[in-house]
Design a protein around this ligand. Structure first.
Ligand code: ZN
Length: 143
């Protein structure tokens, strides 16, 4: 069956969406959430594992924690980048304090750290806070 796989960040359902419907209007078949909202979504470890394993649309993850100053500084930049990358990649955040298993599994040693997953593989990672244009450039290069 053709189409691109996308994990719903709200309910965790892996959806298969025909490419011609892969726009802002794409909705989860189970819960009705927008799949390509173009904004940053906070996800948990289980959803990250699912999305990293299944998603065909590139998934960018910001590994962060509330105690991390540079992470908090980068947050609005990341949100800006998310809007610019709408339709090309989905940007999410994972709180490593709340989900320490994620740091273990993905070998996160310093935060903030961005990682990109697509087609079941990690394509790139980059540590350190970046301004929005640098985030966009990094994602475009890694696509
Ligand atoms: Zn859903």
């Amino acid at each position: 069956m053709a189409g691109k796989k996308l994990t719903c960040f709200d309910c965790g359902q892996v959806n298969r969406v025909p490419e011609d419907r892969l726009g802002k209007a794409a909705l989860c078949g189970v819960c009705g959430a927008k799949l390509m909202a173009g904004k940053v979504t906070e996800i948990d470890f289980a959803t990250l594992q699912k999305a990293a394993r299944n998603d065909d649309v590139p998934l960018v993850v910001d590994f962060w924690a509330p105690w991390c100053g540079p992470c908090r500084q980068m947050a609005p930049q990341y949100t800006q980048a998310s809007g610019k990358l709408a339709g090309q990649a989905r940007l999410v955040k994972l709180n490593t304090e709340a989900h320490p298993k994620a740091s273990q599994k993905y070998a996160i040693r310093g935060i903030p750290m961005l990682a990109m997953f697509a087609g079941g593989q990690e394509k790139a990672r980059q540590s350190g806070a970046m301004p929005a244009p640098a985030i966009v450039n990094w994602v475009m290069r890694a696509l």
